[in-house]
Ligand binder design. Sequence first.
Ligand code: HEC
Ligand code: HEC
Length: 503
Amino acid sequence: MNYPFWDVGIGYGLLMAGIAVVHVFVSHFAIGGGLYLVVAETRARKRNDKLMLEFLRKLSKFFVLVTVVFGALTGVGIWFIIGLLNPTATEALIHNFVWGWATEWTFFAIEITAVLLYFYGWDRMTARAHVIVGWIYFGAAWMSLFVINGIITFMLTPGDWLVTGSFWDGFFNPTFWSSLWLRTGVCIMLAGLYALVIASRYKADDFKKVLVRYNARWALAGLVVMVPTFYWYWKSIPAAITSTALEMMPTPIASLTGSFWNAGLIAVALLLFGLIIPKKYNIVVAIIVMGFGLSWFAEYEWMRESIRKPYVISGHMYGNALEVARADIYAEEGYLSWIVFRTGDDGADLFRRACRSCHTVGGYKALEPAFDGTDRDFIAAIVRGTGVIKGNMPPFMGTQEEAELIAAHIHARLDNRHLGEIYGLGGVELGRKVYRVRCGGCHEIGGYNDKWESLAGLTADDLGGILDMAGEFGDEMPDFTGDETERQALVEYLLSLNEGGTR
Ligand code: HEC
Ligand code: HEC
């Protein structure tokens, strides 16, 4: 907690996703496009295909603008954002991989130099030298993927590094190779998709037919590489991570399913407009297919980032930048004394460190629905129980007093009317709401950590007894601190379930 906290209203996740997705969509093209240019140029020169060479020259201009200008700017943008959002995790990545970054930047410098030479060299270099420069560009670009892939995959699957702390264990981690080939497939697919954008603007003659088919085959070849390598990648992720994701994380899994659909849509569009009726591949089709490509990428990256939860570096650092290894220290000394930049409002500072990197009170991933109409003791218990609540959150490692300070901070920003009044509910309906708010995060009836077995068939008195001793069931299980109306409504609701009432 050595850095100040940057409070961004729209939430960390969205800000990061916004910049990262456009960056990867361009940077992978920067690699695949390099391969496309040299391979297509070599082929065109051999056949003395003037039209194709003309097309490649056009494409290379678009390529330089998109990759060098936009790609580099968004790349710097990512550093800027992660440095502000999670300076501690950024610091960990820099410390562990300082020579990795230095290598990556070296390749990047070669890449930029080579692409400019390539672009300005069409008329100024011999054919042979021009193609060689193209290969140098592609080699350096792919090597920068090679390096950065080691660091990105490390965050999800650090493997033996957790024990050895060795650079090479972290770099060549369990998902390194599968991810490298998967991303190489993506690069090739994107080369085809981007080239199709330029080709789509050609008039519908025989050259367009040949060109569109050629580009569509590139994109399809990329997809063909992506299918088995994705499967390989998924299988290389430790089963504990993937099975938790499948059981507990509906959103990233929906995202994954969405990415399969998008890949399917790309394939269908390419087969139809790319291969069967290539002259009809106009700018509208091209933009739609690019849209599918962008959505595919967004869904894949979103999934990859989300299944890492509750960590930012699996097993090493939680999403809120707290190190796993310091759990005992925090449990004993609390968080506060470790927060270097303090604002004077301890509740706010603690809330930022413990929860704010993922939640806001009233905006993105709001806490209001979970806490409106509840009391401070309940909120404090939930703060202490984050490690067992559905959602795969980091555990709270601080002290009881700190949990209470966080609770007070949140409570002061909520709707503090009675639960029944806020939602206009009474009787069984109110009971269902009480269950949802006060129990549902930890026990879903018929779902996550279900306790219905222990409650089914009990009388009103027994249920009352259970609520009285609630706090004794487990460390994280809160006391029942709702008022008499809530208690009666909850009991009524639970009794109604015995008679087959709706959950
Ligand atoms: C690393 C990110 C992260 C951190 C840090 C975090 N949460 Fe969460 N929290 C989540 C996610 C993800 C969910 C699941 C709901 C969702 O996807 O929107 C969730 C769900 C919740 C829920 C709703 C449970 C339910 O379904 O009723 C509550 C309440 C909650 N968090 C409270 C907190 C509190 C309090 C803190 C700080 C002590 C905290 N969280 C810290 C990510 C986080
Ligand atoms: C912050 C998380 C959390 C909340 C909220 C919560 N519980 Fe629990 N509950 C636990 C934990 C932890 C245990 C003990 C370990 C376990 O069985 O998972 C537990 C145990 C129980 C048990 C004991 C089951 C048995 O057979 O031993 C029952 C019954 C139960 N809870 C009911 C409830 C009800 C009813 C509510 C709402 C009023 C509730 N819980 C709210 C976390 C929670």
